[in-house]
Structure formats: C-alpha cells, structure tokens
Design a protein around this ligand. Sequence first.
Ligand SMILES: O=c1[nH]c(=O)c2[nH]c(=O)[nH]c2[nH]1
Length: 345
Amino acid sequence: MTSTTAPRTPPTTSTAASGISSGAPTVADVGPAVVLGANQYGKAEVRLVRVTRDSARHEIEDLTVTTQLRGEALADSYLVGDNAKVVATDTQKNTVYAFARDGVGAPEDFLTRLADHFTGEFDWITGGRFGALAHSWGRIVTDASGETSEGGVGHDHAFVRGGTETRTALVVVDGDRRWVVAGLEDLTVLKSTGSEFHGFPRDRYTTLVETDDRILATSVTARWRYTDETVEAARTPGAVDFDALYERVRAVLLATFADVHSLALQQTLYAMGRRAIEEVDAVAEVRFSMPNKHHFLVDLAPFGLDNPGEVFYAADRPYGLIDGAVIRAGVAEAPAAWDAVTPFV
Ligand SMILES: O=c1[nH]c(=O)c2[nH]c(=O)[nH]c2[nH]1
C-alpha cells in the first residue's frame, strides 16, 4: 500500500521496542519508514509422549509443547537475516525431548524448566511463551474386576485416550516477571434440567420462546492465572503441586456447573469463576469462553406425538458464545500473560 499523504523518507530499519536503528540497509532506497513490531519465534506443537517404564506398570504422559523465544537481540534475524542469536527452532524441539528424558511431571513445571533453560543458557533470550496441551490417557480395563497382576486397576500398559478434554498450561516470561496460566479446553458438560432463560427483551425479530426448563450444555474453555506468590514459589522445583491445583479447579468448575440453578449461561459462568477463586487461594483470575450448545425441543405434533421435554435437536451451529473473566479483587492485572494465551499475530 502507498500513502499519498505521508512524506517520502529514507528507509529506516529499527525495532519498535527499542527504537535502535540496526544501521544495515535492507530495503529499497525509497518508501515509508518501517519498524519491526513485537515478535517471537519457536517450535510449535512438539508432540511428546513419554513412557515411564521403571516397573511393569507403565505410566504415559502425552503433551503438545510450543516454545517461543523473545529478546531484542533477535531483531537482526528479522531485519537483516543475521542468525547469530537465533536458537534454531529445531534446537528448541530437541531440547523439549531431551528435557523429557528426565521426566515431565506437571506441565507447568516442565514449561518452567524449559523457560529457565532458554533464558539462562542464552543471555539475549529475555522472555518467551511456553505452552503445553496435556492429553489424557486412561488404562484399559480388560476384565470385570479390572484388577491386574500389579494390583492396580486397569491394564499395566494398554491405554485408551481420554475424552476430548485437554489440559492447557502456559508460562510467560518477561525479564524478571513471570506468569503461569493453567486451563482446560473442550470440557463438554450438559444439564438436562435446572436451567431457565427468560426476561430478555423482545423486538420484532425475537422468536425465542421463554423457558423455565431447558437443556444447558456447553464445552468449557477456561484459563486461570495463578497468583504472583504461587508463581514465585514455583521457581523452587516441586514446591507447588500444579497437578493437585488443576484437579481442584476442575472439580470446582464441574460441581458449580452442576449445582447452580441457571438463569443464563452468563450467570453460570460467573458462579464457576467465583467459586474457583473462593475455594482455591492460588487462583488470581479465571477467564472463560463457553459456547451455548443449543438443544431445541423437536415438534412431534405432526406425527401425532407429544414431546414433554424428551426429544431434542442438538444444533451444531450457530451457537451462543458467552465469554467472561472473573478476577480476585485487588490482584494486579496481567495483560502480558493474557496476550500470550491467544497465540499472537
Ligand atoms: O443462557 C443464555 N444466554 C443468552 O444470552 C442467550 N441468548 C439466547 O438466545 N439464548 C440464551 N441463553
């Protein structure tokens, strides 16, 4: 695009963050001044499966890991193709696998190890975005009792992939500041009663019938940010039990969805976040995105049948989409953490 109003200036190459000119001529001799904006780079979606086989009863950990590095010194790779500071994305991938040799554990801890490594090993790497999806596997139960030779329940080394639900983890580093954001995606839940929706405004385009008994179904995407105290404590390996925190928050979200008599999905969302913050001290803030998976009662009258709330059409799309954040009063905001939740650019 060309501008008819902007003055023609000599080419400028610099970083937006520093305003420091690289000094290297890289672009045509004429044209608008251009600066490099925010940037990060790394290896996306490294598929990592680790089998722990120190007994006959194996354990399986399955992660999709993304590492992205940041630092002002990386600007020259964008500006002039100088790779002197570019820790190759291939190296980043190898590091993920190499670190898994020592064990994975809670994804937040694994990502913390990676973050510490990249920012410690390479002094020009001053931050980054380190994310993981944790895919769940359960043991296959092969007989009625489920007992195995090892005495546990389920098969020693045969697994079935869990539901579509995925645990998410993210560690964001910016110099001395650090945030840990946990979460889950695709946690699909449904209530067959205990949900109403009425009292909404009506105009000439409104056809929705008010209801005091409907199906409420959603697929929860939730992200929760841990408090600064929790993040600081987690710099000591093993000091924070992120697995236990995850299970507690997940349990609270599910119980609240089940227990709250819903007047709108918006109300349910807020109640879920509120209870998570009230019951788990380590949680500073929860953000949700919840599709309202509509279930419409089918009109069976043309077939001479009634339908007392039993036969529904589960609509695929469009769907309502209800988003919201619930924040512990008094905690500092963390835009840099949330910016990183949605992969940027
Ligand atoms: O829980 C709901 N919230 C809405 O905002 C809405 N809008 C709508 O058509 N159905 C619903 N349900």
